[in-house]
Design a protein around this ligand. Structure first.
Ligand code: FMN
Length: 314
């Protein structure tokens, strides 16, 4: 019998495969299509204080080996989530991770405070790839000091697992991983989408209403693997690997480079059952290879070389 479970802070996940924020709604939409009790966890769509309509269409474009989105954090707002979605989520037999988005530190704190008082939320994932209104719309997550401050403030408000989801759109992502570890986070999610754009050559207009957006899917997997590996060189807290995972082999790559768990995003648009299949596939791989605990794969990369780019701040 292979051990698949994983302890995230004090919360036990039944396996190491979760569904990623924004690609599985609030969980209830896909309950007919997926055996939700076989997921390691559900990460909700990002929640803000107030309902958000998001950006104007077009806000999804298919690209080679991936998709670009500029949804703009459209969501029902935290109060509506508590009233309309949480009652169902309390009944499911998997971990519920509430993802939070905000345009100020105060707003991050307010959303977390509301959810902290509610039964049914097991952990928090903080989406720092949001525009900071006080800093002219620059992403919080592009500023290490700000990322540290958000972590520090939220840490004071909860004892539940606090996961900070990092953006790859920075020079050295591991610098951010270290800052959030130093400020008390329990884990980092690596990575959010990669900035990209696409142009319609007939009209010479951008294909997204926002001009650029976030690239996801298989196109970003090699980037995500390198970012997870980079972070794994400098932090001891668990890393949740995300980016282009479509198959068991993809997920195994993330575990081997140092992710303790993974999230599956874009693949849900092709097959909402992908995560369940991948979780099973990982167990089968372990069985076939005489590995009694999936955790033994974490960081098991065989390599003669350390990360080739050793940064001055390491
Ligand atoms: C349509 C769409 C919406 C997303 N919405 C969110 C979101 O609300 N909050 C968040 O933290 N990440 C969001 N993401 C990012 C994913 O959770 C994930 O980090 C990213 O897509 C990379 O994983 P993938 O290649 O498996 O999709 C979204 C991604 C997509 C494709």
């Amino acid at each position: 019998m292979v051990k698949s479970s994983f302890l995230l802070g004090e919360v036990e996940l039944k396996n190491r495969v979760l569904v990623a924020s924004g690609t599985f709604g609030y969980g209830d939409e896909l309950k007919e299509a997926v055996d939700i009790g076989r997921l390691g966890g559900i990460v909700t769509k990002s929640l803000s204080v107030k309902r958000r309509e998001g950006n104007a269409p077009p806000r999804i474009v298919e690209t080679a080996c991936g998709m670009l989105n500029s949804i703009g954090l459209a969501n029902i707002g935290v109060e509506e989530f508590v009233a309309a979605k949480l009652p169902y989520l309390r009944t499911v037999n998997t971990a519920i991770v509430a993802n939070i988005a905000a345009s100020s530190i105060e707003e991050y704190c307010e959303v977390l405070r509301i959810l902290e008082g509610e039964e049914g939320v097991d952990a928090f994932e903080i989406n720092v790839s949001c525009p900071n209104v006080r800093e002219g719309g620059l992403s919080f997550g592009a500023n290490a000091t700000m990322t540290g401050k958000i972590t520090e403030e939220l840490r004071r408000l909860t004892k539940k697992p606090l996961i900070i989801k990092l953006t790859p759109n920075v020079t050295h992502i591991s610098e951010f991983a270290r800052v959030v570890e130093d400020n008390g986070a329990d884990a980092v999610s690596v990575i959010n989408t990669v900035v990209g754009m696409a142009v319609d050559v007939e009209t010479r207009r951008p294909k997204l209403s926002t001009v650029s957006g976030g690239l996801s899917g298989p196109a970003i997997k090699p980037i995500a693997l390198a970012k997870v590996y980079e972070c794994a060189q400098v932090v001891d807290i668990p890393i949740i690997g995300i980016g282009g995972i479509m198959s068991t082999a993809d997920a195994l790559e993330f575990l081997i480079v140092g992710a303790s768990a993974v999230q599956v995003g874009t693949a849900n648009y092709i097959d909402p059952g992908a995560s369940v299949k991948i979780a099973e596939g990982i167990t089968n791989y372990c069985e076939a290879n005489g590995i009694d605990d999936v955790g033994k794969l974490v960081g098991s990369l065989e390599s003669d070389k350390q990360l080739s780019v050793i940064h001055s701040w390491l």
